[in-house]
Design a protein around this ligand. Sequence first.
Ligand code: NBP
Length: 484
Amino acid sequence: MDKKADIALIGLAVMGQNLILNMNDHGFVVCAFNRTVEKVDHFLANEAKGTKIIGAKSLEDMVSKLKKPRKVMMLVKAGAAVDAFIDKLVPLLEAGDIIIDGGNSEYTDSIRRAKSLEAKNLLFVGSGVSGGEEGARYGPSLMPGGSPKAWPHIKPIFQGIAAKSDGEPCCDWVGEDGAGHYVKMVHNGIEYGDMQLICEACHIMKDVVGMNNDEISQVLTEWNKGELDSFLIEITADIMKFRDTDGLHLVDKIKDAAGQKGTGKWTAISALDQGMPLTLIGESVFARCLSSLKDERVTASKQLKGPTQGVVKIDDKKKFIEDLRQALYASKIISYAQGFMLMRGAAKAYNWDLNYGGIALMWRGGCIIRSAFLGEIKKAFAKNPKLENLLLDDFFKVAIHKCQDGWRRVLSAVVLQGIPTPCLSSALAFYDGYRSERVPANIIQAQRDYFGAHTYELLSEPGKHVHTNWTGRGGQVSSSSYNA
Ligand code: NBP
């Protein structure tokens, strides 16, 4: 084999194989490798037959077949497997060579790997890859971050194979060290939120409005033609009408206990670490936790009473469904506003220069949360790259003002009917909190000072922290100042 490969790809499971075939379709020569080396021959003889893809029998063989600077991408199980390959690759590579991790790695691992490889004069890229098997094969959303010097070398391959939205690649440089995997993690968190919101809307249609699955599917199909146009609404419309071989709806036969692989949880943990009110995604993770307590819920359902069935009468079904659409849209705006708040907080904490409009574009196609809505987010950040909060952009401000009456009517009805809507409800609570000049946190500060002498700050004397002896006569503010 005389011709050298443009890139090597390690990991011949679903994602790796499909990304290699995608790269091959775009004219790049790929060298394939896998821990279990027999899989390389099998891949070359089957899926890769008749392509320009080459294989390697060992890591040494693979490295010798690469153009310089060498680019080695891994699509292997996140965690120890990534470190194991990095350790084996380091002695085989030269200064300026690039190691890319395309798996679902934790961003903290990517920060560590970037620093450690840069100290050895190697470049590291931790890239979010979204879109599953289909995306990998025909156009994923790619979110690369890491050593900035690596970007010009991998850009033609990454932007070549990525999904396109209005002709633009759903891939751009995200930022330093762990930024790519951080943004992918937030993407997954938003995915959790979007999925839960749609489930809550379906639940309301079923148990408040009394609609059947086919009617719900039709409503979702209609919604998919407007502001809510998205992959997740589209597939849920398909799911709701899908019938099993016996003619019954398959969705009703599925156990109502949601699984999770952890990226939603990581997003919520990061939000707590950053002190960011990522309430909707947090609630979506907890909703999955609650769903998985199936046995406990079955027991409780026989003992804990809710309101009388049918307490809410929907006189104008069409109007209620429109209110529900607005509730869903407004909540989605809140979820994305919170997601971007979290990324802004992380960028500050980790010193990343994130391109927020670029991130919206990366999610516009090729991934699970792809939607028309992301085009509006991109426009908002293009208009004002320093936009503090999506809710303060004119487009989203007008949208939420238009939706809020319907949103409140729907939530009043579901509370009366006893339908759980953790995400729709927490979104409204956030909205009402965020738009409040004054919230009751002054009472919390007083409580903290009462039981723990934690001090408080007076509105009239900013920066001065004082303590009161709350049980003393008259409860006077003490003259002594404390450092908070
Ligand atoms: P898997 O996550 O199932 O990983 C399979 C690959 O990891 C195989 O090449 C396997 O080698 C290798 N591997 C394992 Br398992 N343990 C290893 C170890 N200790 N040392 C070295 N190699 C090891 O593959 P996937 O589903 O294609 O996903 C690849 C990555 O992409 C993962 O991080 C995943 O989270 C991420 N991802 C997946 C999707 C998706 O839709 N599946 C979407 C987006 C991102 P072997 O053949 O020798 O066992």
